[in-house]
Design a protein around this ligand. Structure first.
Ligand code: ATP
Length: 376
């Protein structure tokens, strides 16, 4: 039976392992279709293609092994990039962050001739579909493969950035928000004890969604996102004034979240958390200011947001996405596409589909909710 291949690409996201477990178990238990795991994302495929394409004997060996190993654990190899997934290979991984298959960035994949070699490999191996779990860039690579071949290609949004506008949630977001709430809780303890303003920089690339959700769930007093436009000296002073006002009314501390994608006018090369710290400090220490001893501490939270125990929310979303992916793989009338969550329903959308209009609105609604909840 022709196998399905699965890989993880780009930045790792919690939920990738839960997804791998679901895609493998549904394949073996429900659909009786073997699943090949590709190690190291597109890079693994490119490496395997280099070894196998043009080597007829090696191709025959690989195909024999794929057939012989159906349902059994086994290393199929091609420089250790392709493995047969069995029940045990995805045992005990559901809650673990990262991905057991490994992920990678592969610049070569931007070249059409490299993608052609990968298509040739997958066709020669008789792979019926390739499933790609990754973020925006990985899904662009998947779309190109779909356009350039007759293979069935299925994308699965997996990125803590939540910057994909056709889905309400990507895999990993729920866990990253959970981690940020945990981090804010820790920072509040010290902020409260020392009368401090903590400026915490979150991930999210060009999107403020992660910061916004974390602010809503943690009660952070302020959240600054790229969607609000570039920060100027004047707007930073206005934020500082708002904090000073709250302090005058008896507030002792503040947590400010700033998304990594926030731009400045004029442009700056340093992390936003540090620029904001300097601006706030300057404001608080101006002559005659009431809180000249108010300290502002910046922290760039970084990759801590990408790891950790996967939340039940992400594990459940992973299972729902895997089920949608299988439906699309097995339905001869279904085209290529990406799994998505729309109106809280798991579904498939075509590559390059239009954004979900309510998705943008929900950011506005979230901002408004946060504003009203955090009035201080
Ligand atoms: P995240 O944003 O969560 O880190 P991502 O999938 O967006 O994940 P990228 O580094 O943008 O991460 O992309 C991952 C890989 O996808 C790239 O290294 C490359 O192999 C492939 N890729 C990205 N963009 C393209 C493109 N335009 N054409 C072909 N392949 C691409």
């Amino acid at each position: 039976d022709s196998p399905v291949a699965v890989l993880c690409s780009g930045g790792d996201a919690p939920g990738m392992n839960a997804f791998l477990r679901a895609i493998v178990r549904l394949g073996l238990n429900r659909h009786k279709v073997p699943v090949l795991g590709i190690r190291g994302g597109y890079r693994g495929l490119v490496r395997a293609a280099k070894q196998v394409n043009g080597d007829a004997a090696e191709l025959v060996r690989l195909k024999l092994e794929i057939t012989a190993n159906t349902g059994n654990r086994g290393l199929i190899d091609a420089q250790q990039s392709i493995i047969q997934m069995d029940h045990a290979s995805v045992s005990g991984i559901m809650g673990k962050g990262g991905t057991i298959l490994g992920s990678a960035r592969c610049l070569d994949f931007h070249k059409p001739e490299v993608r052609r070699s990968v298509i040739q490999l997958l066709e020669n191996l008789g792979v019926r579909a390739l499933v790609v779990a990754g973020g925006d860039g990985s899904l662009t690579g998947a779309r190109l493969l779909a356009e350039e071949s007759n293979l069935k290609i299925i994308g699965v949004p997996s990125t803590i950035d939540n910057d994909l506008q056709f889905t309400e949630m990507a895999l990993g977001v729920d866990t990253a928000v959970h981690t940020l709430v945990w981090a804010v809780d820790h920072f509040i303890d010290t902020a409260r004890s020392h009368r401090r303003v903590m400026v915490l920089e979150t991930m999210g690339r060009e999107s403020g969604d992660l910061a916004r959700m974390a602010a809503l769930a943690s009660g952070a007093e302020m959240v600054i996102t790229p969607e609000g436009g570039p920060l100027t000296e004047k707007s930073m002073m206005a934020y500082a004034e708002e904090i000073e006002g709250a302090m005058t009314r008896g507030r002792g501390h503040a947590i400010v979240l700033i998304a990594e994608g926030v731009k400045f006018d004029p442009p700056q090369s340093r992390n936003g958390a540090y620029i904001l710290r300097d601006a706030f400090q300057k404001y608080f220490q101006r002559e005659g200011a009431p809180f000249q001893d108010l300290e502002v501490r910046p922290s760039v939270l970084g990759h801590l947001q990408r790891g950790g125990h996967t939340t039940p929310g992400d594990c459940i979303l992973a299972a729902r996405f895997a089920e949608e992916a299988w439906k699309a793989i097995l339905d001869p009338n279904a085209g290529n596409g990406i799994t998505a969550l729309q109106h809280n329903k798991a579904t498939m959308v075509p590559f390059g589909c239009a954004d979900l209009p309510e998705r943008a609105l929900s950011s506005v609604a979230m901002d408004r909710l946060h504003d009203d909840l955090s009035s201080w």
